[in-house]
Design a protein around this ligand. Structure first.
Ligand SMILES: [Fe+2]
Length: 298
C-alpha cells in the first residue's frame, strides 16, 4: 500500500514570529489562527487545516514529513509494511493526532534519520481558504501540499526503504557533477506517491544542517511566481537559486532561504504524470535554463 501524498510538513524553528510573517506576507499562506498559539504557527494553503506547521524549538530543522494514506486500511497496511522493513514505529497519541487534525498517526525515522509521520483522515476541513496576498489557490488537492527533498547520505538504503516500506515509485534519478574535487557526484532520487505530481519526495546524497534540502509550494501561474520573487527581493530574503525551469518535472521556480535557513522552492507549471504509462528516467542535466545557485554573502 502506498502513500497518497505529502499531507503536511512540521518544522522546528527558533523564530516562529519570523515564520509567521514570512509564511503569510511573502509566501501568501493563510495563518490558521485558531490552531496557532505562542508555540506554533499553523499555515493553510487549501481546505486542509494544517499544511505547514512551524513549532517553537531550540533548533531550526525538519520535525516531520507527514505522509497521508487514503484510508484506515491503507494506513494500517502502511504501518505493517514499515514495521516489516525494520523501522521503529511509534503509534501517535490521540491528543497529538488531534493537534495535527488527523484521525490516526504513527511516527518513525527513515534510514537516514529523517523523521516521518504516517496518517490518514483529516478533520476540520473547511472551504474558506483565503490567501492574505490574494493568491487564488495553491496547486494541491489529491497531489498533496507539494514535495519535500531530504538529505540521505546513505541514499541507496534510504531509497529502497521508501520504495519497499512506503510504496513510492521512481520518477527520475539525477546525477550531477561533484561539487568539489574528491567529493562524490551529487545524486537526487525523485519519487512519486499515488498521485500525478512528478515527485512528492526526493533524496539528496549529501547531509544538510536543517534536514530539509527544500520544500516546494506550487502556484497556478508564472505571475504568482514573479510576484513572490518581487516580495522576496523587496524584503531582502536571500535566494538559494535564481529563476529557472527543471527538466524532469518542467517546474518553473526559484528558491528562497526562509527563516532558519529553510529553503523554499516557489514554482508553477509542474508536469503531471500517468504512472501506468511511465518509465522512470535517468538524467544528468537538472535544468533547461536558470536555477543558478546563489552563494550567500558572508
Ligand atoms: Fe523541488
Amino acid at each position: 500500500m502506498s502513500v497518497a501524498s505529502l499531507g503536511y510538513i512540521r518544522i522546528s524553528s527558533q523564530d516562529i514570529d519570523a515564520w509567521r510573517s514570512f509564511g503569510s506576507e511573502i509566501l501568501g499562506l493563510m495563518v490558521n489562527e485558531s490552531a496557532s498559539d505562542a508555540k506554533r504557527v499553523v499555515f493553510r494553503m487549501d481546505q486542509h487545516p494544517a499544511r505547514l506547521i512551524v513549532e517553537a524549538a531550540e533548533q531550526d530543522k525538519l520535525a516531520a514529513a507527514g505522509w497521508e494514506y487514503a484510508d484506515k486500511a491503507a494506513f494500517d497496511a502502511g504501518v505493517a509494511q514499515l514495521k516489516a522493513a525494520g523501522a521503529n514505529v511509534e503509534m501517535g497519541a490521540a491528543d497529538v493526532a488531534a493537534q495535527l487534525f488527523v484521525t490516526e498517526l504513527a511516527s518513525a525515522e527513515d534510514p537516514a534519520g529523517n523523521p516521518i509521520e504516517l496518517y490518514y483522515g483529516r478533520t476540520d476541513l473547511s472551504n474558506d481558504f483565503e490567501s492574505p496576498l490574494g493568491i487564488a489557490e495553491f496547486v494541491t488537492g489529491d497531489m498533496g501540499m507539494g514535495h519535500l527533498v531530504v538529505p540521505a547520505p546513505n541514499i541507496d538504503e534510504t531509497h529502497e526503504f521508501y520504495k519497499s516500506a512506503l510504496g513510492f515509485g521512481d520518477s527520475d534519478n539525477l546525477t550531477l557533477p561533484a561539487p568539489a574535487e574528491g567529493a562524490p557526484p551529487m545524486n537526487i532520487r525523485f519519487m512519486h506517491a499515488a498521485n500525478p505530481r512528478h515527485h512528492s519526495l526526493a533524496l539528496f546524497n549529501y547531509p544538510n544542517p536543517v534536514g530539509i534540502v527544500h520544500l516546494i509550494l506550487e502556484v497556478p501561474s508564472i505571475d504568482e511566481v514573479g510576484a513572490c520573487l518581487d516580495r522576496v527581493n523587496r524584503a531582502g530574503f536571500p535566494l538559494m537559486s535564481t529563476l529557472g525551469r527543471h527538466c524532469n518535472d518542467n517546474m518553473l521556480s526559484f528558491y528562497v532561504f526562509g527563516p532558519g535557513g529553510i529553503a523554499v522552492e516557489y514554482g508553477c507549471e509542474g508536469q503531471q504524470f500517468d504512472w501506468q504509462n511511465f518509465t522512470p528516467t535517468e538524467s544528468t542535466v537538472g535544468d533547461f535554463w536558470g536555477h543558478e545557485y546563489v552563494i550567500p554573502e558572508s
